[in-house]
Design a protein around this ligand. Structure first.
Ligand code: BTN
Length: 312
């Protein structure tokens, strides 16, 4: 922790007045250095009251993303790579891995200039959204095949806690809020060429959290949770909670809960393959989280990936 982070952590943890002397003792830094850190925090929008005799008290915190602030909400010991702007957090995560960075770590950006979606699509990523790639060692995850499914559930649970509203999943991994897509997930494997096997998984998540606008062409299908940027929980809290939920879901027996939130089950759907759409019914989810569908000719298929849409 750098000094600014230690000071912020003390102020947040305490919620009460903390003396400069106390912080100096804990951090091993001078009171002048602490005053400088406090001033810098004030400039970032933290309202800190300085009481002559007793010390400092945090009055309110801004809804900003800075590495010092965010780190306080991340799981212990999860290294953070933070960027104001990056092309894509998933691409950066893979570049870091190529350069020898060791998992686990998380890449977070305030905005992406080339956010990537599934099937080569782009992912609109203006400021206000939450964009991150969580990088984990493949051999430390229960099931690499189920990473995407677990991530969708982890995100859905976090958003439900944050919004107090029901959050559902459209198979495979689109997270829906008020009937529209609020989150995109792109999971990629990082392959060790020597052994030709997936060594790390890069779990990319983009949440339209306080995204002020949704592109016109997506307005019918996508939604921002708090377009007026009035979320009851700050972006740092939302990011921290989401990442913690993904990690805990990955290591749990999560399929029953996923199934309960998966709103395509039992519905008439279209299965979209190679641009062609075939009517079917979504019967169930199997133990690999494959979607069991029955076509109109009676044939049953277990879909491992792909896209479906609801028929009305
Ligand atoms: C989709 O819905 O098609 C998936 C979108 C995934 C977007 C996230 S944002 C963070 C990470 N970085 C990327 O470039 N993509 C993922």
């Amino acid at each position: 922790m750098n000094l600014k982070q230690t000071v912020l952590s003390e102020l947040i943890d305490n919620g009460k007045v903390i003396s400069g002397e106390e912080i100096a003792k804990k951090s091993g830094k001078s009171r002048v250095a602490i005053r400088k850190a406090i001033l810098s925090l004030t400039e970032q929008g933290f309202k800190i009251e300085a009481e002559q005799s007793s010390g400092y008290r945090l009055i309110s915190s801004p809804d900003i993303l800075t590495p010092e602030y965010l780190s306080l909400y991340l799981p212990n010991d999860l290294p953070l790579k933070f960027y104001e702007t990056i092309d894509s957090t998933n691409s950066e995560a893979k570049r870091l891995l190529s350069n020898g960075e060791k998992a686990p770590f998380v890449v977070v950006a305030k905005e992406q200039s080339g956010g990537r979606g599934r099937r080569g699509r782009s992912f609109s990523s203006p400021e206000g959204g939450l964009y991150f790639s969580l990088v984990l060692k493949a051999n430390e995850i229960n099931s690499v095949e189920l990473v995407t499914t677990a991530t969708a559930l982890g995100v859905a649970k976090a958003l439900e806690e944050l919004t107090g509203e029901k959050v559902q999943i459209k198979w495979v991994n689109d997270v829906y809020f008020r009937g529209k897509k609020a989150v995109g997930i792109l999971t990629e494997g990082f392959i060790n060429m020597e052994f030709a096997q997936v060594e790390e998984v890069v779990i990319g998540v983009g949440i339209n959290y306080e995204t002020p606008t949704i592109p016109d062409e997506l307005k019918d299908i996508a939604i921002s949770l708090y377009p007026k940027q009035d979320a009851p929980h700050k972006m740092v809290e939302a990011l921290g909670l989401t990442i913690k939920n993904i990690i805990s879901t990955l290591n749990s027996d999560f399929l029953p809960e996923y199934k309960a939130r998966c709103f395509v089950l039992g519905k008439k759907i279209n299965v979209i393959k190679n641009g062609e759409s075939t009517p079917a019914i979504a019967l169930d989810l199997d133990e690999k989280a494959h979607l069991v569908v029955q076509y109109e000719n009676g044939c049953v298929e277990h879909l491992s990936s792909g896209e479906v849409s609801i028929r009305f």
